[in-house]
Design a protein around this ligand. Structure first.
Ligand SMILES: [Fe+2]
Ligand SMILES: [Fe+2]
Length: 282
């Protein structure tokens, strides 16, 4: 059987590593002075919603940075080990950028732990289930069983396919569309765009790994399906802002809930087809 999407050329870890070498940036050279002024001038629902998104990003990058090393230890080839080491650095860099944004724009200078603790008051229950329960457990299992292809496939499905691709790309698109349209927080948009560029490499690795693994070990498709079945309810829940009934709705940034869900599900559907585990087979 020939399938169009399944034949798409994917960059392997060596190609992704070469791209990383050409894509270095510093979270400390982006000018945030205009952002500080904009933040102090923002009010109402849009400020509350941007605050919620910034808080979610702060917590997400802390989780994503500190719950990754197990995958570096579960590498296959040396090329894959090299790429995964670069992703570990990227995630720490992203966390540093969001912490600097807290330091200089929306809060005051503090440790990353203090910023994360404060931001945690904002995140939703669906978000907590994914980042504090599912991610922590998948990472713990991968550290316990680094040679288990099933543990690695569950981790990559959760981390690269759900967190980075489905939730991450969706948050990036609707947040930066709004901020760019309104000409708000230009330093944040610049840093977040650099982060997004890094994320496309990470997602590229995840799709490559899952497709190659399903091709060589077809039984792993069941692990991917089960992981998606386990996570999809929390994904849907975490795409909704907490307290939507209290007026904190995504309408404040000009995006309907339907448009957000359609974008998230559309991307996941496309990637699942490439991997060889279509969502219709869940
Ligand atoms: Fe990241
Ligand atoms: Fe990432």
């Amino acid at each position: 059987m020939s399938s169009g999407t399944n034949d798409i050329h994917l960059n392997d870890p060596q190609a992704l590593y070469r791209r990383w070498e050409e894509s270095q940036w510093s979270p400390f050279t982006i000018d945030l002075s205009t952002d500080r002024r904009h933040w102090l001038e923002m009010t109402g629902d849009d400020q509350r919603l941007i605050f919620f998104i910034l808080s979610s990003l702060m917590v997400a990058e802390e989780r994503i940075t500190t719950k990754f090393s197990g995958l570096v230890g579960a590498y296959g080839t040396e090329e894959e080990a090299t790429f995964l080491a670069t992703q570990q650095v990227d995630e720490a860099r992203h966390m540093q950028f969001y912490a600097r944004f807290q330091d200089e724009v929306i809060a005051s200078r503090d440790t990353i732990t203090a910023h994360v603790d404060r931001a945690r008051a904002q995140v939703s229950d669906g978000f907590r289930q994914i980042f504090d329960v599912e991610l922590v457990e998948a990472h713990r299992r991968l550290i316990a069983e680094p040679g288990s292809l099933a543990a690695k496939a569950r981790f990559v499905t959760l981390y690269h396919l759900i967190l980075e691709a489905t939730l991450g790309l969706t948050t990036f698109k609707f947040t930066t569309d709004y901020l760019s349209r309104e000409d708000l927080l230009p330093g944040f948009v610049q840093g977040y765009s650099k982060i997004h560029h890094d994320e496309t490499r990470h997602i590229g690795y995840g799709v490559w790994f899952l497709r190659e693994t399903v091709r060589s070990e077809p039984g792993i498709a069941d692990v991917i399906r089960q992981t998606l079945r386990d996570l999809l309810p929390s994904v849907v829940a975490s795409l909704e802002p907490p307290g939507a009934d209290a007026g904190r709705d995504f309408d404040a940034i000009g995006a309907s809930g339907e448009a957000i869900s359609a974008f998230a599900l559309g991307g996941l559907t496309q990637r699942a087809d490439i991997i060889g585990v279509p969502l219709s087979t869940l």
